[in-house]
Design a protein around this ligand. Sequence first.
Ligand code: C5P
Length: 228
Amino acid sequence: MAKVFEIAIDGHAGVGKSTTAKRVADFFGYTHINSGDIYRAITYVFLKEYGSTKEDFRKGLNRDQLGFLRTVKIENNRNAFLYKGKPCELRTDDVNAFVPYIAQIKEVRDHVHKIQNRLIRHETKGIVMDGRDIGSNIMPNAELKVYLTASAEVRAMRRFKESDGDYDDILAQIKNRDFMDTNRKHAPLVKTSDAFEINNDCLTFDEQVKIIIDKVMEIKKKECDGYL
Ligand code: C5P
């Protein structure tokens, strides 16, 4: 069986990983998996079940909650995540605020890792997965690893323009998430030595997508040349 073509896209919050990954996946007819959405879905479930004690999530999960985690079943249906048959709300203020705390817990990462592996196993053609630890941990043998970056100010301004929030609040939240994602103990965001870095401060969305598509084409051409 031919190896599934894997593209890993890692980077900071608000850098446009997901929209880029989706466009690249659509171009090649591959499946797109937004791994941040899995962490968001788990966070949503915990807020739903233990919302009244949510401040405690900043310290981790207690024994009871770790036991509950093992039983959490999240179904994936056309890129929507369902819990008990209902769609998880992934982009509420609470989910935004608590997801980096939930995502730094080792047991949560192990649980999500299993979900990711299940999704990868189902693929036959190609997969584009975006997140923070995809190139380093989840798909270490990916044919292409992209590390997408932009300054915190540019990312905050983009978010600000598409929301009705306060710019300084958005910037502070982005900086906090950057700090937590890069400094956590388990699977922090890193640029692996074999990753191709794109800084999109001064790039349009289409330009950035084109750079990745061209890179994939180049890799595929090299693979084909190997058979000539
Ligand atoms: O990609 P997005 O910003 O939606 O991800 C939400 C959060 O999930 C991130 O801030 C990060 O804390 C966590 N995450 C992670 N590892 C991934 C993807 C997301 O820790 N592979």
